[in-house]
Write a protein that binds this ligand. Structure first.
Ligand code: GYE
Length: 332
């Protein structure tokens, strides 16, 4: 009996040793980049920004010879969750993920962690407190973008809108991005941070335009219907909504960029064209070209290197006055 137990223990020990060796042999020899499979759970195609972002993620994978499984969730969290789970089931090496909204990701992130699959958040963050659920967040500082938008307004309003008049109350309307998304939450907050201490700047209406041109136009029409000529400024969380709003303003018989100052975020080509035409006053840059940074992180991870928990994209502010000169340099 004792002998049998001894044998059993010996075999169990040997098996344990073998598995241990196999694992360490595996992790000692990182995979070749051409063997890597990356799953990317994208949000959708709501804006020119997103289209450029998708293009960057796909083309950079090709350039580096990395196998990419790409999924488009058409703006729906449930679709993103499905894509995420299917990447786990396929045992991809790394999951890249742009969460449509901030909340509700705990369960799937934990599933990925249990499966040993690292997750890189690209563009948008989640509001989970357990930071071990992802490797890094790559993208812009959306609060800073909102602050830059507000700062530009405070510093330039008088010069642009009413050089001959004393400034009293400035009525602002705001088009928010997707409800519950990190950029909408943060751009909302950042703008208010900048306006704090400037009580003459008043946000009289704020509503979501879902980051799309069509919805931006529709909501701006409603703003104009209720507040009409009272509106001095439009702050839009992205360029697409601002471009839609420009159509609504023109149809209403006002001059975008003159009667109504327009501030937006992204700095896509369409915004530069609108600025060159004098219809948009300023755009705060938010670069969608995150492919290179994303795969740099993937490759570093595969090599076993540690990656900073946050990788922030470097960006600027482009007012109307530089539009024509900058237009040929724009990459998205
Ligand atoms: O500003 C907007 C897009 O998450 C930063 O999403 C991104 C935002 C971008 O639809 O145009």
């Amino acid at each position: 009996m004792l002998k049998f137990l001894e044998y059993a223990l010996l075999i169990a020990g040997l098996l344990f040793f073998q598995t241990g060796c196999r694992q360490s042999a595996d992790s000692d020899q990182p995979k070749d980049i051409s063997e890597i499979v990356v799953g990317f759970a994208q949000i959708g195609a709501e804006s020119a920004w997103r289209t450029a972002n998708t293009e960057s993620i796909i083309s950079e994978a090709k350039k580096r010879n990395i196998q990419l499984k790409f999924s488009d969730a058409q703006q729906k969290q449930e679709n993103q969750i499905k894509a995420f789970r299917s990447f786990i089931a396929q045992n991809v090496d790394v999951i890249g993920f742009s969460p449509v909204v901030e909340s509700g990701w705990g369960p799937v992130l934990r599933e990925a962690k249990e499966a040993g699959i690292p997750v890189i958040l690209v563009d948008r963050a989640v509001d989970e407190t357990d930071e071990s659920l992802w490797v890094t967040v790559i993208g812009s500082d959306f609060i800073l973008e909102g602050e830059r938008a507000g700062k530009w307004l405070i510093e330039n309003y008088q010069r642009v809108k009413r050089p001959d008049k004393r400034m009293n109350v400035v009525n602002i309307v705001e088009l928010q991005g997707t409800v519950g998304s990190a950029p909408a939450n943060d751009r909302y907050r950042g703008f208010r941070n900048a306006l704090a201490g400037h009580p003459n700047f008043k946000i009289i209406k704020t509503q979501t335009g879902e980051f799309t041109r069509a919805k931006g136009k529709e909501v701006m029409e409603a703003f104009l219907k209720s507040d009409g000529k009272k509106i001095d400024v439009l702050y839009s969380h992205n360029d697409d909504m601002a471009l839609g709003a420009i159509q609504a303003i023109e149809a209403y018989g006002q001059r975008p960029g003159k009667d109504i100052i327009i501030i937006s975020i992204d700095a896509v080509r369409g915004a530069f064209e609108a600025m060159a035409a004098g219809k948009l006053n300023v755009t705060v840059e938010c670069s969608p070209l995150l492919g290179p940074q994303f795969y740099d992180a993937v490759e570093a991870l595969i090599r076993g290197e540690t990656i900073p928990k946050r990788i922030v994209t470097d960006e600027g502010v482009f007012p109307m006055e530089v539009a024509e000169k900058e237009l040929p340099n724009r990459k998205y």
